[in-house]
Design a protein around this ligand. Structure first.
Ligand SMILES: *Cc1c(COP(=O)(O)O)cnc(C)c1O
Length: 386
């Protein structure tokens, strides 16, 4: 259904692929016509920083998929995240966020504290009581990411939004990991859902983008302020690529899930692997919560090698052939990354370990290659661990 949603083949001369409107401005036939457009700029295409038909098409499809009224696309996931936080916050407000949050989001919250005295309290977030205990009279936003980056901690979305609504607190969730296909936070009461479209939504490792999804009122306001004035709008070509990507999202996610599950089981049973973090494994500590609020799992997981010898850990990573070394994830290609490489440059080692991340923790993104080949690749590289 979504493959055709909001498309108008007749207007495209029958073209099966919607056209790319690669233009910065739109001309009008008369004074009255442009005057009418200016009386409702949110629903007209006047200038591409505001609206563009290719971007509007991608926004309509994503909003529909997530069950929101409207979506707004941005030039990156971070542009969408910073816009959504700015939207709800004023100087001296307070935020509650989760500990294992995406690194740059954490850095943005630090920046908000330095610039505007907006303090953030970080909680592990596995129980609703932790959020309740962290609420102060200044708390304006609870910021979630479920599953979280790296260790996939889950938060009980419905319980937390119920608490937040009762206290007049707004909620934002980064739903990048699940995609709007496998988790519907808006239906569970979240105010704004944000994604990096650079991951599974884009899926081909050829675009960087972000999206905010929510109700009509909130999204129209964001459109007029954080989107139009900060100006971090997504470009038409990226939107055109994204429309291409959305067409295959369900089959890509199905394959990521199928291969992810097989790889997670393989790693879980391997003697050289100490621990696997993958919400789809039955022995994942929050497996039941995952089943309740997620309808699928991705190809993203972390595991800890059964050694703390850095040479062996490096050898393992260097011996992988199909899994390429790189950050990001969610594309067609399988990737491997050792978080210690980047995180130790930002955090002292004790803090890193407090988060439950040890030198042997490796993150992989299981791509769309043949799953048997991927398992064989991991198996031969694991022979580096003695
Ligand atoms: C990558 C990522 C982002 C940031 O997205 P960009 O498109 O790189 O700006 C935000 N949240 C999560 C969970 C991510 O993985």
């Amino acid at each position: 259904m979504l493959a055709h949603y909001a498309e108008d083949r007749a207007a495209y001369n029958g073209a099966v692929v919607p056209p790319l409107f690669q233009n910065s401005l739109f001309t009008f036939e008369s004074w009255d016509a442009i005057d009418e457009a200016f009386s409702d700029p949110s629903n007209h295409c006047i200038y591409t920083r505001g609206n563009n038909p290719t971007v509007l098409l991608a926004e309509a499809k994503i909003a529909k998929l997530a069950g929101g009224d409207r979506a707004r696309l941005f030039g990156s996931g971070m542009a969408a995240i910073s816009a959504s936080l700015f939207h709800f916050l004023k100087p001296n407000d307070h935020v509650i966020a989760i500990k294992n949050i995406y690194g740059p989001t954490c850095n943005f919250l630090t920046y908000l504290n330095e610039k505007m005295n907006i303090e953030t309290t970080f909680v592990l977030g596995e129980t609703v009581e932790e959020f309740e205990a962290a609420i102060t009279e200044k708390t304006k936003v609870i910021y979630l990411e479920s599953p979280s980056s790296l260790l996939f901690n889950l938060q009980d979305i419905e319980a937390i939004t119920t608490l937040a609504k009762a206290r007049g607190i707004r909620t934002i969730i980064d739903n990048t990991c699940c995609t709007p296909l496998f988790q519907k936070p808006l239906a569970l009461g979240v105010d704004l859902e944000v994604h990096s479209c650079s991951k599974y939504l884009g899926g081909h490792s050829d675009l960087v983008a972000g999206v905010v999804i929510g109700n009509e009122k909130e999204l129209l306001e964001i459109g007029k302020t954080e989107s139009l004035l900060f100006g971090g709008k997504m470009a038409p070509f990226e939107a055109w690529l994204l429309v291409r990507s959305l067409r295959t999202l369900p089959i890509r996610m199905q394959k990521h899930q199928e291969s992810g599950m097989k790889v997670a089981h393989f790693l879980n049973e391997h003697p050289c692997v100490r621990n696997v973090w993958y919400p789809g494994l039955k022995d994942f500590p929050q497996y039941e919560l995952g089943k309740k609020q997620m309808s699928g799992y991705s190809g993203l997981m972390s595991f800890e090698l059964a050694t703390s010898d850095l040479k062996q850990i490096k050898d393992f990573v260097n011996h992988l052939e199909i899994f390429k070394i790189g950050i990001s994830w969610g594309g067609h290609e399988s990737l491997v990354f050792a978080p210690i490489i980047s995180t130790l440059k930002e955090l002292p080692e004790e803090q890193f370990e407090q988060l439950g991340i040890f030198p042997g923790v490796i993150r992989i993104s299981v791509g769309l290659e043949g799953c048997d080949d991927l398992i064989r690749d991991l198996d031969q590289a694991l022979s580096c661990i003695k």
